[in-house]
Design a protein around this ligand. Sequence first.
Ligand SMILES: Cc1ncc(C[n+]2csc(CCOP(=O)(O)OP(=O)(O)O)c2C)c(N)n1
Length: 283
Amino acid sequence: MSEHVFNTYETAWCPGCGNFSILDCLKGALEDLKKDPHDVLIAAGIGQAAKIPQYISVNSFCGLHGRAVPPAVAAKMVNQKLTVIIDSGDGDSYGEGGNHFIHNIRRNVDIAHFIHDNQVYGLTKGQASPTSDEGAITDIQVDGSQNIPFNPVLMAISAGAGFVARSFSGNPLHLKEMMKRAIKFKGYALVDILQPCVSFNKVNTFAWYKQRVYELDQTHDAANRLVAMERSMEFGDRIPIGVLYERQQPTYHEKHNVLKNEQVLVGRRNDPALIERYLQELV
Ligand SMILES: Cc1ncc(C[n+]2csc(CCOP(=O)(O)OP(=O)(O)O)c2C)c(N)n1
């Protein structure tokens, strides 16, 4: 495959933004996995992170705020051969899209979900997001955020996700590896990506993460759900990155009566008499 397949475009991001590395890693992961652009769909909502599909030459769906999951699920539903990726921000995915986030995990649709977690609503000038630290001061939360921070990796494991990882935009080798594993995983796979926001998050900076982040090693038992949950709660002086939890389980398609037998629904010939009968049953 040509190295020019996943094109580069001029972006709207601030110099130093973690999004650049995340975009590079995503392109690298797709190249390494030898994905052809027409076999890939990236769905996003709204935000700085959610602009990613505009900077990469694959199929894309730019949805409303928090609404990246439904079109991604629909696309996977009709074409299982498609590599479906959701790539969006923490505000978009865990805030406005929180309902979709949780219940898509329960369906276990085969989708890789990459979330740029900069702990703020960056596009709209840095308001607190679900993952903001308690006490985080912003232009709106002038006395500090009083909400308990949302823990996406712990939530995903407890909701039943089969693959849950965390990575850091400042460690591109690690991030690309996590993306590749999530894409290859059969079933829902989350990668929460710690990402500095150079304009609106002056606390959780690149240096702040660099001091705290450490890579999980072989001593971590990623098949043990309780161990994974305990490790997921470590977020302070030390922050683990890597695959927190991994367990293969039947996907939505494997359990579905029709989908388990049909790889592609697009273009199939429908029987008008059958459709007429279904309609009659409805009236
Ligand atoms: C329903 C709805 N609520 C709020 C907004 C305003 N809005 C657009 S982008 C955005 C912030 C997105 O934040 P995040 O997903 O964290 O991405 P970032 O910009 O930080 O990359 C907000 C609040 C909107 N467009 N629609």
